[in-house]
Design a protein around this ligand. Structure first.
Ligand code: FES
Length: 241
């Protein structure tokens, strides 16, 4: 165990934990965009910045709390003026990258930042901050790797290879659920029998007990192949299980 302080609160933490994990465990909020507890942190957005001093009298510095490990004697400040200024600049840069993202605009508003641009905007219609949370979720949690980053420089974008509908995507929608900026659009037909995502339509399976459409057929086939459970046994929605 190590002893540290976060916002003047004495805290004990396990060695190897990050400042973000420990702060959240102790009810201290730190904003994040590219972080998900089921994935390795990658430090892409920098919104989780905090100020740290190592307790040996060294000067403080601003670090990404999702990557920074706790240590004995560490002093963390999550709300200093310096931290707030860094987070505001980070948010303004992200807004310049993805000015059409409503969740981002809402987060910025909560931070006291208006919609006016401080930095030159990349593309007024863009909602993606290239945090790769969707790519890593598809690859590491779903195990499919249907999406990735394509192109370079200002054209860099996340999506299907060559912007063609993917043949390996199973329509699970995990990428859309984790996307923090609303970039990935997923629609369901009025009757619920078709889901559209990444430009492809997926037929939805109906629960054999209640008849409700609940998951794409391709997703159930994928689970069946991976687990060996017959697909018929998977045709039951979460509410009827
Ligand atoms: S949440 Fe830490 S860098 Fe994005």
């Amino acid at each position: 165990m190590v002893n540290l302080t976060i916002d003047n609160k004495n805290i004990q933490a396990e060695e190897g934990q990050t400042v973000l994990e420990v702060a959240r465990q102790n009810g201290i909020p730190i904003p994040t965009l590219c972080y998900h507890e089921s994935l390795e942190p990658q430090g892409a957005c920098r919104l989780c910045s905090v100020e740290v001093k190592d307790g040996k009298g060294k000067r403080s510095r601003v670090v990404a709390s999702c990557l920074f490990p706790v240590a004995e004697g560490l002093v963390v400040d999550t709300k200093s003026e310096r931290v707030m200024n860094v987070r505001k600049t980070v948010m303004q840069l992200l807004l310049a990258q993805a000015p059409a993202s409503l969740p981002l605009l809402e987060m910025a508003r909560e931070m006291g930042i208006g919609p006016e641009a401080r930095f030159k905007r990349k593309d007024e219609g863009n909602k993606c901050i290239l945090c790769r949370l969707c790519v890593r979720t598809c690859e590491q949690i779903v195990g499919v790797s249907a999406i990735g980053l394509s192109y370079r420089g200002p054209d860099k974008t996340v999506g299907m290879p060559f912007r063609e509908p993917s043949t390996v995507c199973i329509g699970c929608g995990a990428c859309a659920y984790v996307c923090p900026t609303g970039h990935i659009e997923m629609h369901t037909s009025p009757s619920g029998d078709v889901r559209t995502i990444w430009g492809r339509d997926f037929k939805m399976a109906a629960c054999k007990i209640c008849g409700r459409y609940f998951a794409p057929v391709d997703q159930l086939k994928y689970i069946s192949e991976k687990t060996g459970v017959p697909i018929d046994d998977l045709m039951v929605c979460p509410s009827c299980r």
